[in-house]
Design a protein. Structure first.
Lengths: 172, 158
């Protein structure tokens, strides 16, 4: 594996890709699922009067930002498993790295997401490292930003992921 | 959960109460499905162990974020509004682990718009092993009449 990046990867850096609108609206059932999964009793998610007083009406938990753009596992007409963060999977394929994990993730939160919103986003590859070896195996780190907007084109959040695509080290 | 934490009652070095949670397979799967993360390493033991080479299925990143949110807003109360969270995933959290959340106040500031901010260094540990770090910036009220959730546009600078 050389330090030099393939031209196809270099061409991706800094370019917004996969502009996409969600195929479903933000809805409250997902808020309840998230709160149930984390035993979160914050009244702004459970009590409409509190939500009206504090957040101007119901909102989705801010940390569920990425949820609204995650594709269904299957839908009519789709071939194969649908994946989020397509740039991440593009890089795995371009570098021939079968495995990958996310190592760092930054969320920057702007206007609250509310039930009924329709979210859209695009992905931008920010950087790719040279070859690295960790205890998982050998591969490369990459940073991908995702910018999220609501149907009014208001910025609701930015998410930045550092991924490590790798090939497991063979042990004898 | 606290009712309402205001900036004047927070000091650098303050420690948040610990939160301990025993992780089960249901914790992992419930969290993955709640965050619409269908990847098999979060629900399929054989895939996780044989393909990924890890000990078991493990908590996914968005669900860990939701756990951090719950932990932090338990402390601030519902008027706490998250601005920024940076996660460092050091190792995985598996069923059978007892995850313990701890946090300390690293800074308190008021920005040019009058918004009050608390910077927290939060960890999720399993035994002596820190599995995830989370540097968090959260806005809390500066006085009885303040509500960070009412801020929009150039009044909100996370």
């Amino acid at each position: 594996m050389t330090d030099e990046l393939p031209a196809a990867v270099t061409a991706m850096i800094g370019v917004p890709r996969y502009e996409q609108a969600a195929t479903f609206d933000v809805e409250r059932a997902s808020t309840y699922n998230t709160c149930a999964a984390t035993q979160n009793g914050n009244p702004i998610y459970w009590d409409d009067a509190m939500a009206n007083e504090i957040t101007g009406g119901p909102i989705a938990p801010p940390t569920t930002l990425s949820l609204w753009m995650r594709p269904h596992y299957w839908e009519p007409g789709a071939a194969g498993e649908q994946v989020a963060l397509k740039v991440h999977f593009d890089l795995k394929e371009l570098f021939g790295l079968p495995e990958a994990v996310m190592t760092d993730n930054t969320l920057i939160l702007y206007d609250p997401v509310r039930p009924g919103d329709r979210i859209s986003h695009h992905q931008v590859l920010k950087s790719v490292s040279g070859p690295k070896t960790t205890k998982l195996g050998s591969g490369r780190f990459w940073v991908i930003d995702i910018e999220y907007h609501n149907q009014l084109h208001e910025l609701v959040g930015i998410e930045s992921y550092t991924g490590f695509g790798y090939r497991r080290t063979e042990t004898s | 959960m606290n009712d309402r934490l205001e900036l004047g009652s927070v000091a650098v070095g303050d420690e948040l109460p610990e939160l301990a949670v025993d992780v089960t397979p249901t914790t992992v799967v419930l969290g993955a499905l709640a965050s619409r993360d269908w990847r098999p390493m979060h629900h399929d033991y054989k895939f996780a162990t044989e393909r990924n080479g890890v000990a078991d299925i493990f908590l996914n990143t968005p669900n860990q974020a939701a756990w951090f949110e719950r932990y932090i807003t338990d402390w601030t109360g519902p008027t706490g509004r998250l601005g920024r969270m940076t996660f460092g995933m050091k190792s995985s959290v598996f069923p059978g682990d007892r995850m313990v959340f701890r946090a300390a106040v690293a800074a308190t500031t008021t920005d040019d718009t009058g918004c009050g901010w608390v910077d927290l260094q939060v960890t999720l540990a399993v035994g002596d092993r820190v599995a995830t770090t989370c540097a968090t910036r959260i806005a809390i009220p500066t006085n009885d009449n303040d509500n960070p959730w009412q801020r929009r546009g150039d009044q909100w600078n996370p």
